[in-house]
Design a protein around this ligand. Structure first.
Ligand code: GLU
Length: 425
């Protein structure tokens, strides 16, 4: 009789990824426990008067993981199936991500258990302001700096900053990043995650043999997925042949156009059903594939940019791509990664690949703290420098220890966090 292995939770997956590096570094159990246990878990039940005058309750969290390198930093997500363990895992990832990019921050993450798509604009604004009212004592430019994440955006950050400033009694733009440019935000923050990933991918393609344009499939068409599709579409080295949202994927041999897909999604609410003009495939049904089929496509690069756990032990062995650029936090489970590594696929791990977002958040915070203004070109240049040097280090350590890029990234970050804990900075 075969043994049925229990599926790991998101937290266990993040911990296992870290644990491989911790074992290479011969960390003690106490050190491992310290690095994987959050400093503080805040929770609140936000009460919101809905448009129909009924009051509804929305559970909300902020997890502060580790601040030995600086204030806690990380996004706030609005998601109906949100759980505290998910937020804990994401907060832990943020500590490692900030350390890897040498940002003067620790890690945090927050969220509200809500489907923002069914709220009116007034309800969404009220809920966002309620979040700040609930946690404002633990937030601030030197304490904990929230930012956007899944289903939150610059408008929500503007409301949050405004609420925070009202409570603080003075303008405090550095308390929140990812604000709109008109409201002390920074140019280039909106597509920073995608752009950072693009810089990494552009360099990683030197590792693979290919002739002609590299075929790319992108899973997820939120802010990161859409913007990365646009960046790749404008680069002659790549051709985006497939994209998806939670309901399904579309495929076109001749390449897809991100803006027309976005237009279709805005009108219809989903990607599936999209007819792609100019495709060799004139029959609509040939265009539609499932999310799982997208992962199995014969492409060069797969970019998971949806939710965690999408590449798992059930589908990892079917992947044909040569590179996986993990844009969504935790997209590849621990077990899937072992299968993928054995197949020789290059994996650019989440804490490196999607670090462009928090890196430009750091630039925004720095500007706000020092009353400076940088233009878009300067932001892009500084971001590229940061991403390149993180990748250089990851590649160096990966060779030095003969480990995967993920383990190398964790080794670098772990050393940095431990060093600042030791020095008590
Ligand atoms: N939510 C993004 C992340 O997971 C950005 C966080 C930030 O800008 O603080 O990295």
């Amino acid at each position: 009789m075969g043994v049925i292995m229990k599926k790991r939770t998101f937290y266990e997956n993040v911990y296992e990824h870290f644990n491989v590096a911790a074992n290479v570094l011969k960390l003690s159990d106490t050190e491992k426990e310290i690095l994987s246990t959050p400093d503080k878990i805040l929770s609140a039940n936000l009460k919101l008067k809905m448009d129909d005058n009924l009051i509804r309750i929305f559970p909300a969290y902020r997890v502060q993981h580790n601040n030995s390198r600086g204030p806690y930093k990380g996004g706030i997500r609005y998601y109906p199936e949100l759980s505290l363990t998910e937020i804990k895992s994401l907060a832990m990832l943020m500590s490692f991500k900030c350390a890897l990019l040498e940002l003067p921050f620790g890690g945090g993450k927050g969220g509200i258990e809500v489907n923002p798509k069914v709220l009116s604009r007034r309800e969404l604004e009220e809920l966002s302001r309620a979040y700040i009212r609930a946690f404002h004592c633990d937030i601030g430019p030197d304490r904990d700096i929230p930012a956007p994440d899944v289903y939150t955006n610059e408008t929500i950050m503007d409301w949050m900053e405004n609420e925070y400033s009202k409570i603080a009694g003075r303008e405090t733009p550095a308390a929140i990043t990812g604000k709109s440019v008109q409201n002390n935000g920074i140019p280039g923050r909106v597509d920073a995650t995608a752009r950072g990933a693009y810089y990494i991918i552009r360099r990683l393609i030197n590792h693979i043999d290919s002739d002609g344009r590299l075929r790319v499939a992108i899973q997820g068409f939120g802010n990161a997925g859409y913007n990365i599709a646009k960046l790749l579409e404008n680069d002659k080295k790549f051709i985006v042949v497939s994209v998806s949202d939670s309901k399904g994927a579309i495929y076109s041999e001749n390449g897809l156009n991100a803006d027309s897909i976005m237009q279709h999604k805005k009108v219809e609410g989903l990607i599936a059903g999209m007819y792609c003009p100019g495709s060799v495939c004139q029959r609509e049904e040939h265009m539609h594939i499932t999310n799982d089929e997208l992962l199995r496509l014969d492409v060069d690069i797969i970019i998971p940019a949806a939710m965690e756990g999408q590449i798992n032990r059930d589908n990892a062995s079917k992947i044909k791509a040569k590179i996986i650029a993990e844009v969504a936090n935790g997209a590849i489970t621990y077990e899937a990664e072992k299968i993928i590594n054995n197949k020789g696929i290059v994996v650019a791990p989440d804490i490196l690949t999607n670090a462009g977002g928090v890196t430009v958040s750091y630039f925004e915070w720095y500007q706000n703290m020092n009353d400076e203004r940088w233009n878009r070109e300067e932001v892009y240049r500084k971001l590229e420098e940061k991403m390149n040097s993180a990748l250089d280090e990851v590649e160096y350590v990966s060779e030095e220890y003969n480990v995967s890029m993920r383990t190398a990234a964790y080794i670098i970050a772990t050393r940095r966090i431990l060093a600042s804990m030791d020095s008590g900075d």
